[in-house]
Design a protein. Structure first.
Lengths: 112, 111
């Protein structure tokens, strides 16, 4: 089955700097890669996703890149703000009915 | 108008008890899930239901039994609770090829 590795497990950045979180996946059939943000006491919320027919996607300060050949994808957050502090999860899925497999999460701290 | 709602938010109980967690979604999604998040924040799929039918049952003790009375509800019943069952349980829903929507979780503490 699919296995998703996520690095780093913790990340501290100064406000205004960029943050990058990287994930690798094992199943070459995976074609959907979402990123979730989990704030304290809440459920994970989708912040951006990318499908395998696209190499990059951007939404304001957030971007995701996908390298299908290397089977890795990354989340980029620019101009970080304290409210970006949270746990971020990457995930992968191979077909519409299979469940998402999550990475182990990255705790991002943005220091004001 | 919460999309995926689960109750209770907190559940504290003793070992050996039986408890249930309820989940409802008002998004019209066909598929619902239960995920378990352990103390290290690792999210792992437990069950998946599509239109009230069980389609995924990962390696979960048979003390855990999901029940789906209709496609908008997926409840989780746990028998003979053990200390290791302490975790946050998340309900989620989706349509085929669409993003997963999570509830806010139920923190289960077994003492």
């Amino acid at each position: 089955g699919e296995n998703v590795e996520q690095h780093p497990s913790t990340l501290s950045v100064q406000e205004g700097d960029s943050a990058v979180i990287k994930c690798t996946y094992s199943d070459s059939a995976s074609n959907y890669f979402p990123w979730y943000k989990q704030e304290l006491g809440k459920g994970p919320q989708l912040i951006i996703d990318i499908r395998s027919n696209v190499g990059e996607k951007k939404d304001q300060r957030i971007a995701v890149t996908l390298n299908k050949t290397a089977k890795h994808f990354s989340l980029h957050i620019t101009e970080t703000q304290p409210e970006d502090s949270a746990v971020y999860f990457c995930a992968a899925r191979s077909s519409g009915n299979t469940p998402l497999v999550f990475g182990k999460g990255t705790r991002l701290s943005v220091i004001a | 108008d919460t999309a995926v709602s689960q109750t209770p938010k907190y559940l504290v109980t003793q070992m050996g008890n039986d408890k249930s967690i309820k989940c409802e979604q008002n998004l019209g999604h066909d598929t619902m899930y239960w995920y378990k998040q352990d103390s290290k924040k690792f999210l792992k799929i437990m069950f998946s239901y599509n239109n009230k039918e069980l389609i995924i049952n990962e390696t979960v003790p048979n003390r855990f039994s999901p029940k789906s009375p209709d496609k908008a509800h997926l409840n989780l019943h746990i028998n003979s609770l053990e200390l290791g069952d302490s975790a946050v349980y998340f309900c989620a829903s989706s349509q085929v090829n669409s993003p997963l929507h999570f509830g806010n979780g139920t923190r289960l503490t077994v003492t």
